[in-house]
Design a protein around this ligand. Structure first.
Ligand code: AMP
Length: 375
């Protein structure tokens, strides 16, 4: 079976790497000449509105999926009239717009940060009075890794917020006093079966994910599964869905919905019986879901901006390096390291290994503040 993927970045690449083992084949539509997934399948190097390339993809593929919610909704809608497209259009529509996403959650009784929709800067003072300060103004569309966000802490931040609010539709969010950031990643098959990975606990710096660990038997697992199940059922979802969540004294609030495989699930090839990439492909291909049960405690460390010393990583037992084949550029995700912890290691030994890796990728600040009790 052939899976056409819109986009050809690292998420498409990792799906394509998982595909042959499942008897599946991937092809990509993406404009970049140096798309990192391209070596792993047929690549139509064309823009998303290139009619000829789209027609060829439709001819080639049995089913279409996508690696980003920032793909053209018009294209996905038009494709869905010609062949199956998963996750469904309704999921893409909700997840690509922070306003719609929050309203969907609200309609299902799923908690989020308190928020107000902002269509112009004139609505800012009233919304700020209601939500309080500090607050965060986020663009409804195209924001990721902390982009398109203005933190409003004092009057000095107002000009930037006014400019953003007048340029594009935004949501103003109250700052959530969370204890930790976690994510739930689940897959749903065409026949409606749902399976969820162990929760991921995530550490961000400057709005970008740096470190994730998987949590076996987390106390919030059941609550998170209920939330993700409710959303999946409402959307008649097929494929992998990720929910970024804030844990506020045991109560979960949704920060973001991603209708795709997710960076906080990159540990799954090392720490679960099957990976998120396998789960997504099997679901969209109409097959049954594999077991997503926990298999190892592990951590995933993002490599951002610069490539680390590979020999030093290889010297750490349990560490495996995964590079995407992208050229280094500040802020660019170039790869990740999965670190499998041995069941015989004490928390202090785990922390030692993790710290070494964090320092190798330039995350000394996070290494300094981690404590063994976290592991
Ligand atoms: P986002 O791009 O929405 O995923 O935000 C990036 C990061 O900013 C999140 O992982 C949080 O660390 C932080 N953040 C976003 N929204 C909020 C919020 N409402 N309250 C507190 N922190 C937030």
């Amino acid at each position: 079976m052939r899976i056409g993927i819109l986009g050809a970045g690292q998420l498409a690449q990792m799906m394509a790497q998982a595909a042959p083992g499942l008897g599946l084949e991937c092809g990509f539509l993406a404009p970049e000449a140096d798309a990192c997934a391209a070596p792993y399948g047929r690549h139509w190097q064309a823009s998303f509105d290139d009619q000829e390339a789209v027609a060829e993809l439709v001819e080639w593929a049995d089913v279409i999926t996508y690696e980003s919610e920032n793909v053209s909704l018009t294209l996905v809608e038009s494709l869905s009239k010609q062949l199956p497209v998963y996750p469904p259009v309704a999921a893409l529509q909700a997840a690509r717009d922070r306003g719609e996403e929050k309203q969907l959650c609200r309609s299902l009784g799923v908690a989020t940060a308190d928020f107000a929709l902002i269509n112009s800067s004139s609505e800012l003072p009233g919304a700020l009075a209601k939500l309080g300060c500090p607050a965060i103004l986020k663009t409804c569309r195209e924001g990721y890794d902390g982009k398109g966000q203005v933190w409003l802490r004092s009057a000095e931040d107002l000009p930037a917020a006014v400019e953003q609010a007048d340029a594009t539709a935004c949501v103003l969010e109250a700052v959530v006093p969370f204890q930790r950031e976690i994510s739930a990643i689940a897959a749903r098959s065409i026949d409606g079966a749902v399976s969820c990975f162990s929760l991921s606990e995530n550490i961000h710096r400057e709005g970008i994910l740096r470190l994730t660990i998987n949590r076996r038997n987390d106390s919030q697992q059941q609550q998170a599964e209920q939330l993700i199940g409710r959303l999946m059922e409402q959307l008649n979802y097929v494929g992998v869905l990720a929910l970024e969540l804030f844990d506020v004294a045991g109560e979960l609030r949704v920060n973001e919905i991603a209708p795709r495989v997710h960076n906080t699930g990159h540990w799954t090839p090392a720490g679960a019986r099957h990976s998120q990439f396998e789960a997504h492909l099997l679901a969209v291909a109409g097959r049954s879901l594999p077991s997503l049960d926990w298999s190892n405690d592990c951590a995933m460390i993002n490599i951002i901006g610069a490539l680390p010393d590979q020999t030093a990583i290889d010297a750490i037992t349990g560490a495996s390096l995964h590079l995407y084949g992208k050229s280094p550029r500040p802020g660019r995700k170039l790869g990740h390291i999965n670190l499998i912890f041995s069941p015989h290691q004490s928390p202090t030994q785990r922390l030692d290994e993790l710290r070494k890796l964090l320092i190798l990728v330039g995350e000394g600040e996070i290494a300094d503040r981690l404590e063994a009790s976290w592991l």
